[in-house]
Design a protein around this ligand. Structure first.
Ligand SMILES: Cc1cc2nc3c(=O)[nH]c(=O)nc-3n(C[C@H](O)[C@H](O)[C@H](O)COP(=O)(O)OP(=O)(O)OC[C@H]3O[C@@H](n4cnc5c(N)ncnc54)[C@H](O)[C@@H]3O)c2cc1C
Length: 261
């Protein structure tokens, strides 16, 4: 239950408020506004101008320049409060990431839910987090100081702090494949594969557990199907057996590889 609400105009003010007990950031509020027993104070982020999208530090809408937070190659910096739908509609969003976003939530929720709120609250079934894990995205978190952590380290721990942006490489090839009960349902199994020009191949699997899994991060694609299958050898739940997920993960990984060629 939300018992107090703040809407700061500066990052410093937001960070000061977030040091108070039982106080958390409010993104789109799609999860936080659901009724709970515990009282919580929220700090609404909507006036902090974090709903930005920048390619290599350049804001495509204004051409204004900001320093890079990602070195080497082109990068897409996604502000924490950008909505899932705004990202989906951007010309800079890779087609495979758009497919994952469409499965993350229906349109009405995508219009409110933010990228940071989604990554903070997602489980292993999240197609969006699976695709970003394959892209080796970085999360910028501000607490007493600012730090940049790999999404792969962030997801299992979900450290407290204010996420200000998510950064992903803009140029590698990304493929996304899934199996779900209906075309619009969250997948029972999904696979996202990123291939860099260097040959680096990174496969993430979603559809199960508390966070998506990194199945492979190698210098080439050899052994991809076996890695996909092995990663899901314990992925047994009410939605599917581990045997089924192992078989399908290998098939989806192969399809992803074909799609990036
Ligand atoms: C009816 C309904 C039921 C849902 N049930 C679930 C569910 O059970 N499990 C689930 O995972 N999703 C659920 N969702 C999906 C939920 O909408 C997504 O998790 C959504 O993408 C959250 O994004 P948001 O911006 O609305 O987050 P919010 O609701 O604003 O916040 C969600 C969490 O993220 C934190 N957060 C937000 N922004 C930041 C930030 N910048 N830095 C650090 N932390 C931040 C908040 O403090 C909070 O803990 C449900 C949605 C609906 C409408």
């Amino acid at each position: 239950m939300i018992t107090a609400y703040h809407r700061p105009h500066t990052l410093d003010e937001a960070l000061r408020l977030l040091t108070q007990p039982n106080t958390v950031p409010l993104g789109g509020g799609t999860l936080l506004s659901q009724s709970t027993v515990d009282p919580v104070t929220v700090v609404d982020l909507q006036h902090l101008s974090l709903d930005t999208l920048r390619v290599n530090g350049i804001d495509p809408s204004t051409r204004s320049h900001r320093p890079d937070v990602f070195s080497g190659g082109q990068a897409l910096e996604i502000g924490a409060t950008l909505t899932l739908q705004a990202l989906l509609e951007s010309e800079h969003c890779p087609p495979a990431l758009k497919s994952a976003l469409k499965l993350e939530a229906p349109l009405n929720i995508r219009n409110s839910a933010t990228v940071a709120g989604t990554l903070f609250s997602c489980d292993g079934r999240s197609p969006f987090a699976t695709a970003l894990l394959a892209l080796d995205a970085k999360v910028t978190i501000v607490n007493r100081q600012s730090s940049i952590v790999n999404l792969g380290e962030f997801l299992p721990l979900r450290p407290r702090g204010l996420i200000t942006s998510i950064t992903m490489p803009h140029n590698p090839k990304l493929a996304f494949e899934f199996v779900s009960r209906t075309p619009a349902d969250k997948p029972i199994i999904c696979a996202a594969l990123t291939q860099w020009n260097s040959g680096r191949t990174r496969l993430a699997l979603g559809g199960y557990g508390k966070s998506p899994l990194l199945a492979m991060d190698g210098t080439e694609s050899d052994g991809l199907e076996a890695a996909a299958s092995n990663a899901y050898h314990e992925a047994n739940d009410e939605w599917a057996s581990a045997e089924y997920r192992m078989d399908v993960a290998a098939v989806l990984a192969k399809r992803c590889l074909e799609a990036t060629r």
